[in-house]
Design a protein around this ligand. Structure first.
Ligand SMILES: [Mg+2]
Length: 250
């Protein structure tokens, strides 16, 4: 009888402890590199066809140096990957002697081409079924520093909210990103588990605001130091049990 009562209390406590799971997106739910490479290539092709002379003159290294010089001159855009990319394209076109209007429209259109490809991410094979399972018990949210849109993926239906750093005005590990999830859900920080691949942006950021955390380490990296996550997984299949263990630990 005692066992029965203890069991019931434990179940109730579990329910009350964790109610929300927030996810990083890039390299947590999908490999971002293939989508980024395709997006860069589509953007390049659009520029070559529609604003000739702007990007062809740059080799890979020179283009990277040019981008870095834009980042350096616009540090305020560092948390806004969309604006930074638009600024870079705009300056690239002005440098190639396009008019202000053609540079502006070219930047907008080239970026639209980029973004359409950027959104064609392929979720890790096991991700969808895991999200489906978790969504039955938890509120799921997305917190990303990139410009991916979870609502443009097959996982859209499982997510109750999503915040992009460019909408919040600061990027992870800044507490504002995690605070946005707290404001949205109205729960305490210790009722949220944040799941992500970046030790600093995801794990340290979540830990600092008092959330629980799971480090998704699919590439077998060494932990770089700092407070570790509550759980570490090297395979997304291990996520539901890692979450169950955290939920069972007050
Ligand atoms: Mg990531």
């Amino acid at each position: 009888m005692t066992m029965h009562i203890l069991g019931r209390n434990a179940a109730r406590r579990t329910e009350l402890t964790i109610s929300v799971i927030t996810f990083d997106l890039d390299n947590t739910l999908w490999d971002v590199e293939p989508a980024l490479l395709r997006a860069e290539e589509a953007q390049r092709q659009w520029l070559v066809a529609n604003r000739p002379g702007a990007i062809e003159t740059f080799g890979h290294e020179a283009l990277f140096e040019f981008k870095k010089s834009v980042w350096k001159r616009h540090p305020q855009l560092v948390h806004n990957v969309t604006k930074m990319r638009l600024q870079t394209l705009h300056e690239l076109l002005l440098k190639a002697n396009y008019s202000e209007a053609d540079a502006r429209s070219g930047a907008d259109e080239a970026f639209a081409v980029f973004l359409a490809e950027r959104h064609k991410v392929v979720l890790y094979e096991e991700a969808l079924s895991i999200l489906e399972t978790l969504a039955r018990s938890y509120t799921l949210g997305a917190l990303t520093n990139g410009n991916a849109d979870i609502y443009k993926t097959d996982a859209a239906e499982y997510f109750d909210f999503a915040f992009l750093a460019e909408d919040i005005g600061s990027a992870k590990p800044h507490p504002d990103m995690f605070q946005a999830a707290l404001n949205e859900t109205g729960v305490r920080a210790d009722q949220i588990i944040h799941v992500g691949d970046d030790p600093d942006h995801d794990v340290q950021g979540a830990n600092a605001i008092g959330m629980r955390s799971v480090w998704v380490n699919l590439r077998g990296k060494a932990w770089p130091g700092g407070t570790r996550a509550d759980e570490e997984i090297d395979d997304l299949q291990a996520l539901p049990s890692a979450i169950a263990r955290i939920a069972a630990t007050p």
